[in-house]
Design a protein. Structure first.
Length: 166
């Protein structure tokens, strides 16, 4: 095991995919943004009175707590995501907001209609969902909720490899 910064982890995974390797991926799948049946995992910005305007705010403030929670869980497609930092990632790990729930395999990447990048992930749960057993994981979700990856050491970029003393 090597502990690398999240941006280096992303570089390693991107290089593996670019060179035709898959990546074993352990991640937290308990987040509301992990929408297995819908085929995506995202880390949306939380809706709050501070982030809403006009009629949207007026509607939001009239909702009960339960209805507001239900609205938070309605994710209809690409949208604004949390900007993940190394400090945020560490805090979520330390306070158990990110836990090791499940292992999957990253097999590729994709870009949505808005230019957002996703990792194509094969899951073992079943194929009874929109992408027949695959899910598209946003970069933000990947950066925040990855616990570990396993790769062929030959796909680790040279600069990172030197720092790991491989």
């Amino acid at each position: 095991y090597y502990n690398v910064k999240m941006e280096e982890m992303k570089q390693i995974v991107d290089n593996a995919i670019k060179n035709g390797y898959s990546v074993a991926w352990a991640a937290d799948v308990s987040e509301r943004g992990f929408q297995w049946k819908k085929g995506f995992a995202v880390l949306p910005v939380e809706k709050s009175a501070e982030t809403l305007e006009g009629t949207e705010l007026a509607r939001w403030t009239k909702l009960s707590d339960k209805d507001r929670e239900n609205e938070q869980n309605k994710i209809k497609g690409p949208g604004e995501e949390i900007k993940v930092t190394q400090e945020m990632r560490q805090e979520w790990f330390d306070n158990y907001q990110t836990t090791d729930d499940h292992g999957m395999v990253i097999v590729g990447s994709a870009v949505d209609q808005d230019g957002n990048r996703y990792y194509k992930v094969q899951n073992s749960w079943d194929t009874n969902q929109i992408y027949k057993g695959f899910i598209y994981v946003s970069e933000a979700y990947f950066l925040a909720k990855t616990l570990n990856i396993t790769v062929n050491k030959n796909v680790i970029p040279e600069k990172i490899r030197k720092n790991l003393a491989l």
